[in-house]
Design a protein around this ligand. Structure first.
Ligand code: AP5
Length: 218
């Protein structure tokens, strides 16, 4: 599958992307995960991105596009990809369209995960993430706790709260999402590629996305 996952911070994009990837082998391409790994590695990109991420702001489009142009040409994307957290602005969507045209790739679907704000706030304050940059498995102290020792069940690394998980940064991320990312819903709807999914159960959402892909319905 070649799909885009849209949704507010905490809507469950990462959770749904991992389930879809486990199901058919398409690679999850999460711009947030890539950026967090760059920050941890103290790379030039990571150093530039860190201050934007810590306050919950978007990393500049030019940096994201350079990173994604390279990422989408890696061999593991040939079978399929799930874009998680990208594009996030109209500029990124327009640049992605040009890039996909150049690479002769056709998107199957744009998925919008629709989750009420109170559910989102609760999910974000209770999320925990594996600290290993190569794993970044997502946990939740209510719905999907890590091991009793607070370790990742997949790789055994400590499970921590993300640096952009302060109340201030969460509210800023939600405002940024409303201002800069919500317009993408109209953008892809106009193109006839968008499907909305009310995403309370991630597993049910995954089944509905698979059904939509199979029937080619949008
Ligand atoms: P990113 O990592 O993409 O963060 P985000 O979009 O804010 O999304 P989240 O990862 O917070 O949430 P999610 O929707 O993946 O939810 P999750 O599955 O974890 O980006 C981080 C930062 O990087 C940005 O702020 C920005 O600075 C930068 N950045 C990234 N991409 C960029 C771009 N394209 N352009 C510019 N800057 C960019 O779920 C949340 C919690 O809920 C978890 O605990 C999970 O276990 C739980 N949960 C999920 N589903 C369910 C369910 N059905 N029931 C119960 N619990 C659930």
């Amino acid at each position: 599958m070649k799909i885009i996952l849209l949704g507010a911070p905490g809507a469950g994009k990462g959770t749904v992307a991992k389930l879809l990837s486990d199901d058919d082998g398409s690679v999850q391409v999460s711009t947030g995960d890539i950026l967090r790994a760059e920050v941890k590695a103290r790379s030039p990109l990571g150093k530039e991105a860190k201050s934007y991420m810590d306050r919950g702001d978007l990393v500049p489009d030019a940096l994201i596009m350079k990173m994604m142009e390279e990422r989408l040409q890696k061999p593991d994307c040939r079978k399929g990809f799930i874009l998680d957290g990208f594009p996030r602005t109209i500029t990124q969507a327009e640049e992605l369209q040009k890039l996909l045209k150049k690479l002769k790739i056709r998107l199957d679907l744009v998925v919008n995960l629709d989750v009420p704000r109170d559910v989102i706030l609760d999910r974000l304050s209770t999320r925990r993430t594996c600290a290993n940059p190569g794993c970044q498995e997502i946990y939740n102290i209510k719905s999907k706790p890590p091991t009793a020792e607070g370790k990742c069940a997949k790789c055994g690394s400590p499970v921590v709260q993300r640096e952009d998980e302060t109340e201030e940064a969460i509210l800023f991320r939600l405002d940024t999402y409303n201002q800069k990312t919500v317009p993408l819903i109209g953008y892809y709807d106009k193109e006839g590629r968008l499907r909305n999914f009310s995403s309370i159960s991630s597993q049910q959402t995954v089944e509905e996305i698979k059904k939509a892909l199979k029937s080619g319905q949008r």
